[in-house]
Design a binder for this molecule. Structure first.
Ligand SMILES: *[C@@H]1O[C@H](CO)[C@@H](O)[C@H](O)[C@H]1NC(C)=O
Ligand SMILES: *[C@@H]1O[C@H](CO)[C@@H](O)[C@H](O)[C@H]1NC(C)=O
Length: 142
């Protein structure tokens, strides 16, 4: 949750993720918010649950799980040992997710809001048509 909001800060028109899970209209169950957290709906009430440090959310089973059991991007723990500090697009996910390396440690993946992709130049999510390929569809000079 915290991370999704962070991803939104620099993007004026970003979608409000917090409102995306409306438990009054959803069946009881767990709904993915990010790789490390989910919204739990119980009788119309929402609670936000963070996975334990060494686990990620498994969107298939609806519980926190070992990364080895989870598909990319969440299950794909990146080796940051040779990467400078920064935020990187997940090119294997068409840049709809991104990850952070800091002090040569992998800090996890984050999701871009619907309709946006990660813009490595701005280090935030941005509209697809405002980002150069391979992540976005921006063509021509600006
Ligand atoms: C959730 O959905 C209900 C029914 O459509 C609506 O009345 C309510 O305002 C919604 N709540 C939020 C937080 O969007
Ligand atoms: C998680 O599962 C839901 C429901 O099956 C699906 O709509 C959503 O795209 C999935 N999210 C990811 C990141 O795979």
């Amino acid at each position: 949750m915290r991370n999704l909001i962070l991803a939104c800060v620099a993007l004026a028109a970003c979608i409000e993720y917090a409102a995306a899970v409306n438990c009054t209209v959803l069946a009881d169950g767990n709904y993915e918010l990010g790789c490390r957290s989910f919204a739990k709906c119980t009788g119309g009430q929402v609670s936000i649950v963070d996975c334990p440090n060494d686990m990620v959310y498994n969107n298939k089973t609806g519980v926190c799980d070992d990364a080895a059991n989870v598909a990319a991007p969440c299950g794909n723990l990146i080796d940051c040992s040779n990467s400078p500090d920064g935020r990187y697009a997940d090119k294997d996910q068409n840049c709809k997710t991104w990850y952070t390396c800091q002090d040569n440690k992998f800090l996890g993946h984050n999701f871009c809001p619907e309709g946006t992709v990660f813009d490595e130049g701005l280090a935030t999510c941005n509209w697809e048509d405002a980002v150069a390929p391979p992540c976005g569809t921006l063509t021509g000079g600006k």
